[in-house]
Design a protein around this ligand. Structure first.
Ligand SMILES: NC(=O)c1ccc[n+]([C@@H]2O[C@H](COP(=O)([O-])OP(=O)(O)OC[C@H]3O[C@@H](n4cnc5c(N)ncnc54)[C@H](OP(=O)(O)O)[C@@H]3O)[C@@H](O)[C@H]2O)c1
Length: 311
């Protein structure tokens, strides 16, 4: 049976976020979506998390909501933990009682970046900052509450046509630096992989499709790995990403001119939160499990820039 003919009720958190908005836009026809923004479901309210699951009894909770302010989290660890660990735990415990599965989005920032090769899903986590630690705690809580009905999908460097992200910031900075006749300084010693919300949302819907099919077919042995890694393909430093944004935006007519991008080091641009210097996620197992081939990040970037240029 395909997702097309199998009705599924999905409760989405974080509907105003960049991923949330793309999940709504790309929602498959047979999915009945209950999209929750912060006013409908505040993830820092455990009782509200429990009540909303009891009210809707969804087949799935797709938890795209999160405290994502990586630097601010260092100043308010309590709030980051409440939103990223306690809220997901409350949702998962309610689902455990009422049935249903959960897709919990997580991050490459659960790793410390010291390994120098792509991280496999089963490797131990070692977050460097409060945000990564709170997301790692959320993973554990959801898995503990739901067992094989919990699906953790880690991703990296998310950007898209909407919301607040590196691409939209760099487009503004390219323009500003050209006007100021100044170079645009971007760190070159942090390596990871950009992931477009278009491709990430497609992976989320595919995961829900695959796992729903398995449950529907009463397959006893779990087929989907409990932790999946999903990013676009390839690797880039923040510097590479900023250069590509300038080049592709000029080619698409979105910018008249790109700024000169100057590579700097992390030490030149200190931030309150430490970030992993190398956080590539190994995605081949997830790619096989989902039956999806990741698009190269530069091609994905071209697609998102084309959307912005045509808006
Ligand atoms: N952005 C990245 O580079 C990145 C990288 C790896 C993994 N991830 C993960 O991917 C997922 C989606 O991230 P994103 O980039 O779409 O984030 P985003 O654009 O920052 O959106 C976060 C969403 O969470 C909501 N939210 C924050 N606090 C909340 C609360 N207390 N109660 C209810 N909703 C709350 C926000 O609502 P408001 O609009 O009201 O603030 C927003 O809708 C998250 O799990 C994130 O950890 C992101």
């Amino acid at each position: 049976m395909s997702l097309i003919d199998m009705p599924v009720l999905v409760l989405l958190t974080g509907s105003t976020g960049q991923l949330g908005q793309e999940l709504i836009r790309s929602c498959p026809a047979n999915v009945e979506l209950v999209a929750c923004d912060r006013s409908k479901l505040n993830l820092s309210d455990a009782d509200a998390c429990k009540t909303i699951v009891e009210t809707y009894r969804p087949d799935w909770v797709l938890n795209a909501g999160a405290y994502t302010a990586v630097d601010r989290a260092e100043q308010e660890p309590w709030l980051a933990n409440v939103v990223n660990a306690d809220g997901p735990q409350a949702l998962a415990l309610a689902l455990a009682r009422h049935g249903g599965q959960m897709l919990q989005l997580s991050t490459d920032f659960v790793f410390d970046g010291q390994q120098g090769s792509p991280y496999q899903p089963h490797q131990p986590v070692a977050p460097l900052g409060v945000y990564g630690a709170s997301k790692a705690a959320g993973e554990v809580q959801v898995q503990r509450a739901l067992g094989d009905r919990a699906h953790v999908l880690r991703t990296s460097w998310v950007y898209g046509p909407l919301g607040s992200n590196f691409l939209l910031t760099m487009l503004r900075l390219h323009q500003a630096k050209v006007a100021e006749e100044e170079p645009l300084a971007v760190v070159a010693d942090q390596v990871g992989c950009p992931t477009s919300t278009l491709n990430l949302a497609a992976a989320c819907w595919r995961l829900i499709q695959r796992a729903s099919q398995e449950q529907d077919a009463a397959i006893q042995e779990q087929q989907q790995p409990s932790i999946l890694h999903w990013s676009d393909a390839g690797a880039a430093s923040c510097y590479d990403f900023a250069v590509a944004i300038g080049e592709l935006a000029v080619a698409a007519g979105l910018l008249q001119q790109a700024a000169v991008v100057k590579p700097i080091t992390t030490a030149d641009y200190p931030t309150p939160a430490r970030r992993p210097s190398y956080s590539l996620l190994a995605c081949s197992a997830s790619s096989a499990a989902l039956g999806l081939e990741p698009q190269h990040w530069r091609e994905a970037l071209k697609d998102v820039i084309a959307i912005l240029a045509s808006a």
